[in-house]
Structure formats: C-alpha cells, structure tokens
Ligand binder design. Structure first.
Ligand code: TXA
Ligand code: MG
Length: 355
C-alpha cells in the first residue's frame, strides 16, 4: 500500500487547445524541466509526461502508473530538430511518413541515440517517437525545452484516459500537474510502426490506418494479436499485457446483426439469472434492441471515428456503474475499425463468440 507521505497535491490547469495563453502552461513546463510529472492532452489520449532524457524522472512515470518497467515509452517532440538527439538514424521511409502524418497519431520506432536512457526504452536499442497533433501538447513540450516521454495517463491495466476526469480519477495525488484540455479527438492510442524491420511492421493499429501508411511507403506488415503468444518475446513489449481493460468481464459477439442481437439477449438472460449485472456495448443502430441492465453506445456504425472516440469512456462507465459482465458488438476492421477491434479484443482478453 502507498503511504500517505508519498501523496502530493495535484494542480489541475484548464486550457482550450484551440485558444489558450501559453503563459498558463509555464509552471507545468517548468515542472517537466525539473524532472517532475505532468499529464496533458494529445489528440489520441491523455499522456503522462516526464523529461525523456532524465532517467529518474522517467522512473517516476512507471511508479505513478504502476507500469512494468520492461514496457518502453514513446518520446514526444514538438519540433523535427529534436530527432537528432533521440535517434541515431532516420530511415528514408520514416522520413516520408513524418512528412505525411506528423504532427499526428503516428509513432515511429527507429534506432536509438545512446543519450536516451535505458529507463525510457526499457533497455531496447530502438526508440519510439511521435509528434502529437494537439496545440497544448506541442506548446508544453516546446516550453519545457526537452523531449517528453509519455505513456497514456491511466493506472496500468485500466482503459486509457480520453478526458481530464479519467486522469484525475486514476492519478490525482501521484503527479504534479494535470492540464485539462477537454476530450481527446481520436480516442485511441497512436499507430505504432517499427521502421527498423522490412517491410515496416504495424505493432499497434491506431488513427493512421495501414491503408494510409501504404499510400506513402508501400507494403507494411500488420502484426495480429494472434501472432503474439505469451512464450515468445513480443516486438512491442506493451502488446503482451492485458491493456485497456475494464474491471468487468467482457465478451465480444461477432456475426450477422440480428444473430448478434439474439445471442447477446440470450447471454444477458442467462447471466441475469445468476444475479450478475449485465452490460451491452451497442452501436447506435442496435441500442434499442437490447434488454441488459446497462446499454452504452459509443456511436454509429456509419461513423467509426465516433466509436473510436467513445470506447474507452464507455468501458470506464461500465465499471463505474458496477456492471459484472459486458457483451459487445464487433465492428468491421477497415480504417480506424482495425484499431477499434484491436482494443476491444484486448479488453475482452481475446474472448469472442461467433454466431
Ligand atoms: O497515442 C499514444 O501513443 C499515447 C499518447 C499519450 O501519445 N501514448 C501511448 O503510450 O499510448 P503507451 O506507453 O501507453 O504505449 C506505447 C506503446 C507500448 O505498446 C510500447 O510497448 C510500445 O509503444 N513501444 C514503445 N517503445 C517501443 C520500442 N522501442 N519498440 C517497440 N515498441 C515500443
Ligand atoms: Mg497505455
């Protein structure tokens, strides 16, 4: 158990990403430069930042999140010039992807510069880098004067935070500042691409789809969750953890729409008979068709971006409402849909029923 003495006062600063005075970020930027921890909005999810070049500061991130230290962090930059001090070389295809999609929800893995501490990369010879597309994030990094290592700003194992309230509920009392910049736009973490392999490998799907990558650099290899087994060493250490999980048990139900509705309603009946509080994650098209205790809707099937933006919030709401078991519809794996299904599969620990 954590002792009272290790708790600190967390200061929350409100800022509108489209209209803020950068002076408001100065104390938080100073804290980062001094090796302390600041949570901030990005376009994907909130990040928990520390000076990426300061090993002690970075260790503080792992402690605050309860994150296993073998899971490396993404280094966030605000200016392409910062790359020099972080990587030892920039592959040609990486250069082209940066031009096309930075700032944006794309993380590139490249050979690391020896100055980056092992704490940041978990001792790997590579480093993950991204330039976020959020004006608060960019300005905070610029003012701090250092590259910022930042995982998602949640307690390890719980769904990533898509608004400041999620961060406050997980990390208040453990970090120095939280910048409240409202809800994040994309809602799922960035696409992670390993640029040191040939063809480049998508280790984690996100806002930049494989189709978008291939338009710029040709074929990429999309690593499937089923390729990552517990006894092999995964290319991206984070892939082996049961991330993004609600506390409730979760099961995906896949198949033709009416079959899915019927199967889920049957599962709801059976679980209710066992006195379990049931939840259903339903698309807008089907939400009225379920008779579970709690039905939450992340968005319409015609608007997968809205689904992506709301999924983590729904998972947190199921837990807040004390749901014991969640049944979820599946979504087509096109565009952002690949990332949606990747996170749902992880939240469900791979449990899927096909009907
Ligand atoms: O959208 C995002 O990427 C958010 C925001 C805050 O930028 N950050 C984020 O960080 O999702 P995190 O730590 O939750 O996820 C980073 C992922 C992990 O799966 C980690 O294993 C992988 O990137 N990763 C980091 N460095 C790596 C490396 N050198 N090689 C392979 N995988 C790496
Ligand atoms: Mg995370």
């Amino acid at each position: 158990m954590e002792s009272k003495a290790t708790r600190m006062e967390t200061i929350v600063i409100k800022a509108d990403p489209e209209n803020f005075d950068s002076e408001i970020l100065r104390p938080a930027a100073k804290a980062l430069a001094e090796g302390r921890l600041v949570a901030f909005p990005t376009e994907t999810v909130y990040g928990l930042g520390a000076d990426a070049m300061n090993a002690d500061a970075v260790k503080g991130i792992f402690k605050a999140k309860g994150r296993p230290s073998d899971n490396p962090l993404i280094v966030h930059i605000s200016d392409i010039k910062q790359l020099d001090g972080i990587v030892s070389s920039v592959p040609e295809k990486a250069r082209r992807l940066m031009e096309a999609y930075w700032p944006g929800p794309l993380t590139l893995i490249m050979p690391k510069n020896e100055k980056v501490p092992d704490a940041t990369t978990a001792g790997l010879s590579t480093v993950a880098v991204r330039m976020p597309r959020n004006k608060i994030a960019l300005e905070l990094i610029r003012l701090s004067g250092v590259p910022i290592a930042a995982p998602s700003a949640n307690l390890s194992g719980s769904p990533s935070p898509t608004c400041a309230a999620h961060v406050i509920s997980d990390l208040s009392g453990r970090i120095d500042y939280i910048i409240d910049g409202g809800s994040t736009r994309v809602g799922l973490e960035s696409t992670v691409v390993d640029m040191t392999s040939d063809p480049p490998a998508v280790l984690r799907p996100g806002g930049i789809s494989p189709e978008m990558l291939e338009k710029v650099i040709g074929p990429v290899h999309v690593v499937r969750l089923s390729e990552i087994s517990k006894d092999t060493v995964p290319k991206s250490p984070g892939m082996k953890y049961r991330h993004y999980s609600p506390k409730a048990e979760m099961i995906l139900v896949d198949g033709e729409a009416q079959h899915v509705v019927d199967a889920i309603n049957e599962l709801v009946r059976k679980n209710r008979a066992k006195n379990r509080k049931t939840g259903v994650m339903a698309s807008a098209e089907n939400r009225e068709k379920y008779d579970a205790d709690v039905v939450l809707c992340p968005g319409s099937r015609n608007d997968p971006e809205s689904v992506a933006a709301s999924i983590y919030g729904c998972l947190r709401d199921f837990d807040r409402l004390g749901v014991d078991i969640i049944f979820s519809e599946t979504f087509p794996e096109k565009g952002i849909g690949l990332a949606i299904m990747n996170r749902l599969q992880k939240a469900a620990g791979g449990r899927i029923i096909r009907v």
